[in-house]
Design a protein around this ligand. Structure first.
Ligand code: FAD
Length: 193
């Protein structure tokens, strides 16, 4: 799994402060250190929409289609995903979960080879990738760009860093959270939305 921050709103905290202070006609109160205090105070009283004025975008690769299915349930995240209609999955790569026994890993790998063979056969018989993809597994890797505002990221993190979340998406959520906390600690260090 690879996660790369593509971009984040520059000076996000200061922008959010300026936008929020518009509501209170208090731009004159902007000073060193005022942004973090104001943003936390607003969020604590439920004024969450102010965090929608900053965004972050990531490039994620080497993750499974199973992860993608879970990620896309979050309705405020925006995606561009590698297409299995237009891109040939030959060869496709996949993830073998660490927590499988050795025998189970062998069984999974055998199934991946079989899926690849079936996919190649269908394409060589004139099948389009969009039809041949029917034999591809959930473990097949994909890549995507995902963009969201800070509020949407803050809502996503607790659900997917939780120990109840599936292992792979938990790993991704922890990586995303680590990057966002380093980039904007005042928002992602304490936000409880
Ligand atoms: C551990 C775990 C297990 C899961 N297991 C399953 C499963 O077995 N089957 C399954 O189908 N799904 C499962 N899910 C997915 C889950 O049901 C949600 O679809 C997913 O977590 C997205 O979260 P969300 O719906 O809270 O909000 P998001 O789509 O991320 O939106 C963020 C917030 O916006 C608000 N919001 C968004 N849309 C609406 C709306 N239409 N109406 C009102 N408020 C809205 C809500 O406050 C919401 O919390 C699982 C999720 C987790 C974390």
């Amino acid at each position: 799994m690879k996660v790369q921050l593509r971009w984040i709103t520059p000076d996000a905290l200061e922008h959010i402060e300026w936008d929020a202070r518009l509501c209170y006609d208090s731009h004159d109160k902007i000073k060193e250190g005022s942004a973090a205090k104001l943003v936390k105070a607003c969020v604590n009283k439920g004024h969450h929409s102010i965090t929608e004025h900053a965004s972050a975008s990531f490039y994620v690769s080497g993750v499974t289609r199973a992860l993608l299915a879970q990620m896309t349930r979050h309705r405020h995240l925006s995606f561009c995903v590698r297409s299995q209609r237009y891109c040939k999955e030959n060869p496709f790569t996949y993830t073998i979960p660490d927590n499988l026994t050795d025998d189970a890993k062998v069984a999974l790998v055998a199934q991946m080879h079989s899926a690849q063979t079936a996919y190649n056969n269908i394409v060589s018989m004139g099948g389009k990738p969009e039809d041949a993809r029917g034999v591809l597994p959930n473990a097949c890797h994909t890549e995507f760009v995902v963009t969201a505002n800070f509020r949407a990221w803050a809502e996503f993190m607790p659900k997917r860093t939780d120990r109840a979340a599936q292992g792979e998406i938990q790993q991704l959520a922890n990586l995303l959270q680590g990057i966002l906390q380093a980039e904007c600690p005042a928002v992602f260090g304490s936000l409880k939305i």
